[in-house]
Design a protein around this ligand. Structure first.
Ligand SMILES: [Zn+2]
Ligand SMILES: [Zn+2]
Length: 277
């Protein structure tokens, strides 16, 4: 029989290391070994924040990359070079990272792993699938990660909801989803019109109310916790995002705190460690 300690060690945990346009990185795994999703902050900060929860970089099975924008890849070259952690993403995202002048060093050939969208693959005990997400990068994917029957899903930098994203939300036990901006704050905010148009376009970012409506339509009874990610500093506020999503869910008969938990991930600091049951 497995000891209580063994069970605890094998529990799935999630932590956001940073989430927003200044940098994104998430840990999903056990306290022993796991996966990093995106590495958009410095390798040093990732190392420090993981070590604070007892996870060492040597124990990472891999890094899953969503797309080649700097706020998702900034630290990945250094992590791969120093620790030889395999970097998983599509051929197009790998090519985009090669063209990204801001990314030095590049991910070495031996550390690259090429994956295909909508094709499941295993990394140790984790079953992983990348799914397409519309965004103005070279290519962009979300990830569904399954471990011991628990399904974790992340969709960030979402230009617009698609059928595939809706299906993935409906299958998730735990979900990280973008709530980038409040439409009014964006419209009245300081950004130049061109940038405002880019953010609001179907290949830009998901607004609070689009996120909320996407959730309201697709939340299933298995979904336990929704984490709102990639909040804009200029065009959003944590309480605005939280209240917009909570209200729209409530209007659709879904009570936050009862049917599911709702958390806004902080832009610059690490979240607490969440145990995923
Ligand atoms: Zn981003
Ligand atoms: Zn992006």
């Amino acid at each position: 029989m497995e000891s209580t300690k063994g069970k605890k060690m094998n529990k799935l945990i999630f932590q956001s290391l940073a989430s927003g346009s200044s940098g994104n990185s998430y840990y999903i795994g056990t306290i022993n070994r796991g996966l990093l999703i995106d590495a958009g902050i410095s390798a040093r900060t990732i190392k420090r924040r993981l070590e604070a929860i007892g996870v060492t970089l040597d124990s990472l099975w891999g890094i899953l990359i969503t797309h080649d924008h700097a706020d998702h890849v900034r630290g990945v070259g250094t992590l791969a070079e120093r620790y030889h952690i395999p970097v998983y993403t599509t051929q197009m995202v790998h090519a985009g990272m090669d063209r990204n002048y801001g990314l030095t060093p590049k991910v070495g050939a031996a550390d690259r792993r090429f994956i295909e969208k909508m094709k499941q693959f295993d990394i140790a005990d984790f079953n992983v699938m990348a799914f397409p997400v519309p965004h103005d990068s070279t290519d962009c994917v979300g990830y569904a990660v399954e471990y011991n029957g628990v399904r974790f899903c992340i969709a960030t930098d979402v230009g617009e909801p698609t059928q595939v994203i809706q299906e993935q939300i409906a299958m998730a036990d735990y979900l990280v989803i973008e709530a980038n901006h409040d439409k009014l704050l964006l419209a009245r905010g300081p950004y130049p019109q061109r940038l405002k148009d880019r953010i609001a376009s179907p290949r830009g970012h998901l607004s609070n109310d689009n996120c909320a409506n996407l959730l309201a339509k697709n939340v299933s009874s298995r979904l336990k916790h929704v984490y709102l990610c990639h909040l804009s500093k200029e065009n959003n506020q944590p309480n605005v995002a939280y209240n917009t999503v909570r209200e729209i869910l409530m209007n659709n008969g879904i009570e936050v705190g009862k049917q599911l938990q709702l958390t806004v991930l902080d832009r610059t600091s690490a979240s607490k460690v969440y145990e995923l049951l």
